[in-house]
Design a protein around this ligand. Sequence first.
Ligand SMILES: NC(=O)c1ccc[n+]([C@@H]2O[C@H](COP(=O)([O-])OP(=O)(O)OC[C@H]3O[C@@H](n4cnc5c(N)ncnc54)[C@H](O)[C@@H]3O)[C@@H](O)[C@H]2O)c1
Length: 328
Amino acid sequence: MKKPDIASVAVVGTGVIGRSWIQVFARAGCRVRAFDQNPEQLARAMAWFKADLKDLRSRGEIKKREAKARWDLVEAVDSLEDAVAGAGYVQESGPENLAAKRALYAEIDRCAAPRTIIGSSTSTIDMTEVAAGLPGAARCIVAHPVNPPHVVPAVEILGGTETDRKVVKRTIKFMMGLGQTPIVMYRFAPGFVMNRLQSALVREAVDLVKSGVCDVQSVDDAIREGLGLRWALLGPFGVANTNADHGAAEYFARFGESYHALWDDLKTDIRFDDDLLRRIGKQTDRMLPSTHQTQRAWRDRMVGRIRRLKAEDPLPLKPRRRTKTGKR
Ligand SMILES: NC(=O)c1ccc[n+]([C@@H]2O[C@H](COP(=O)([O-])OP(=O)(O)OC[C@H]3O[C@@H](n4cnc5c(N)ncnc54)[C@H](O)[C@@H]3O)[C@@H](O)[C@H]2O)c1
């Protein structure tokens, strides 16, 4: 893989998401300085990184030399200043609340060199609010991954109102250089793109179970053995394109009325309650009797295998132009 154009990065906050970013950056050959305000958490993140490298080696995915090279690129440091010094890009992965993000961003903005980009893993918060009033608001941006980013490449890229267009372009280019897939957004929407899509589907999944149409297993089988098999290859528009002889526009013209009728029928007032949570928990545990850790490890291994399979036999796809950040 070609080395990304930013050689040195800081990871600030090394919980579930931050530790996974360490693997993303080191895999791409970046020098990484990692910091967490909780030293024990930082030690745990480094232990996780070591174990993940060992796991990759034991599965034959990387050689000993590669594991050592990645390990040598990462340094755990005990201050934010040290982490950010000399970094061309900072990935902030602190707690998900506006006050904490604003405080952390103010500190990073104070310590980082003027051209350094400050990306946030936030899942929900508008960068306009995080960066409001900061001297360096123009270099602040959302880079929201899917968990865990070293396994799943999609990352939502979205500036605030003060973010410089050049910062958006440089972040998109950097993420592509890391092997991640930027999901570019032109403006803020609650939940960004992926959580909006996920929430729409999960709302219906929960409603199907709550209203007694089917059980948890039928919903999961419908995705695992049905829709999900295609969605791992093509998105909803790509699937529509392959479902009619003349492509997506013909498909939606033909089935538009059916979609309209179903959209009218979809419920919007569903809420979780104790009984529903118990039913979902019980049915899901019955369906998946192995430990959560086993399920997570299997998921991560299989996602890696699916990605390798797709890379071996790719469908021509016009790559996103690195410079595109606005409406087409
Ligand atoms: N967990 C997910 O599935 C997921 C997915 C995508 C994005 N995110 C986002 O990533 C971010 C981190 O989430 P997480 O799940 O890793 O949380 P986490 O609680 O596991 O980790 C947060 C870490 O930040 C550290 N921290 C707190 N204040 C700090 C400070 N001032 N300086 C340095 N470190 C500090 C904490 O000690 C902790 O280790 C959040 O914004 C979250 O919304 C999470």
